[in-house]
Write a protein that binds this ligand. Structure first.
Ligand code: IPM
Ligand code: MG
Length: 355
């Protein structure tokens, strides 16, 4: 059997630590089955090659069956011109791989219930929803411009643009997911103000007709941010454009306890996905063995599931994570009184031990 070809982007900050942990977990659960190729992207690529995403880096990812990514960015590159920042590399990988659908699950792990900052009666109703974030369009990919007005004042603009097919395909992803779950889609927009949102709403409603069993709701993004902490149990699948999804998924991560816990899968029209935790590079704790590797390890499990159809192995990883949490072991970000604080590498070892 030929090995599965996976491009690996450790990135910056805590990226390399959480990736190292994840590769060890994958190797344990499916020994000898992967061929990992390390790829430079982000700040480290700027240092080495002068740009965040050299062509050969993108090519390696495009030729791989899946790409696994840690995190990119950090204060060291804050003074880079906007189009040469580490984050640009990330956007370049996402668009170069044409992974337009970013799946971000938000679920309370039972043993972490006490880390949920919401009132107990709210959390007790259960929190288990998925954010389907459009990932390759909208304002992050529109024209960015800094300019001077005729009277010499500094001004800037970023353009938000979506075309119908971009909305249609992400809506299909959301409705299909909902069909395998509780059959509720909440589409989030700002249709009371934005023209893009009105198009978004129209197209989502057209797509909904193909899924008569699914209940579709619409919420304005400001209201949605409120409802997510008021009645999180009522959400099943959320579908929204790039920026709103970016913001709401950070909010969701706090609702379920820690941003360090949440994986994501970015998918396109084929199985070739991009898998990453939703947290950033956390430069403040990089290199101190404090980072929680669980988000990335679970992203690895999503890779097994979505790109390689290795459901048994994915289940094994998710169960091992559950077991470790049940045993009361916690990295700093999910530590609460009465549990045991461990380092990032201990967390990795404890998970591997249970595989
Ligand atoms: C995320 C991150 C990225 C994004 C940044 C680093 C460009 O915040 O994956 O949510 O906005 O997409
Ligand atoms: Mg974000």
């Amino acid at each position: 059997m030929s090995k599965k070809n996976v491009a690996v982007i450790p990135g910056d900050g805590i990226g390399p630590e959480v990736i190292k942990a994840t590769l060890e977990v994958l190797e344990k659960v499916a020994p000898g089955q992967f061929d990992f190729t390390e790829v430079a992207m982000g700040g480290n690529a700027i240092d080495k090659y002068g740009e965040p995403l050299p062509d050969f880096s993108l090519k390696t990812c495009q030729n791989a069956e899946a790409t696994l990514l840690g995190a990119v960015g950090g204060p060291k590159w804050d003074n880079q011109p906007p189009d040469n920042r580490p984050e640009r590399g990330l956007l370049g990988v996402r668009s170069g791989l044409e992974v337009f659908a970013n799946i971000r699950p938000a679920k309370i792990f039972a043993p972490l219930a006490s880390a949920c900052p919401l009132r107990k009666d709210i959390a007790d109703k259960g929190i288990d929803f998925i954010i389907v974030r459009e990932l390759t369009g909208g304002i992050y990919f529109g024209k960015h411009e800094a300019f001077k007005t005729p009277d010499g004042e500094r001004a800037a603009r970023d353009v938000m643009e979506y075309s119908e097919h971009e909305i249609r395909r992400i809506a299909h992803v959301a409705f299909k997911m909902a069909m395998g779950r509780r059959k509720i889609v909440t589409s989030i927009d700002k249709a009371n103000i934005l023209t893009v949102s009105r198009l978004w709403r129209d197209v989502v409603e057209e797509v909904a007709k193909e899924y008569p069993e699914v209940k579709l709701n619409h919420l304005y993004v400001d209201n949605a941010s409120m409802q997510l902490i008021r009645v999180p149990s009522e959400f099943d699948v959320i579908v929204t454009e790039n920026t709103f999804g970016d913001i709401l998924s950070d909010e969701a991560s706090q609702i379920v306890g820690s941003i360090g816990m949440i994986p994501s899968a970015s998918l396109g029209d084929n199985n070739r996905g991009l898998y990453e935790p939703i947290h950033g590079s956390a430069p403040d704790i990089a290199g101190q063995d404090k980072a929680n590797p669980i988000g990335t390890i679970l992203a690895g499990a999503m890779m097994l599931r979505y790109s390689f159809n290795m459901n048994k192995e994915a289940d094994a990883i998710e169960n091992a994570v559950d077991e470790v949490l049940k045993a009361g072991l916690r990295t700093g970000d999910i530590y609460t009184e009465g549990t045991k604080l461990i380092s990032g590498s201990q967390m990795r070892d404890e998970i591997i031990k249970r595989l």
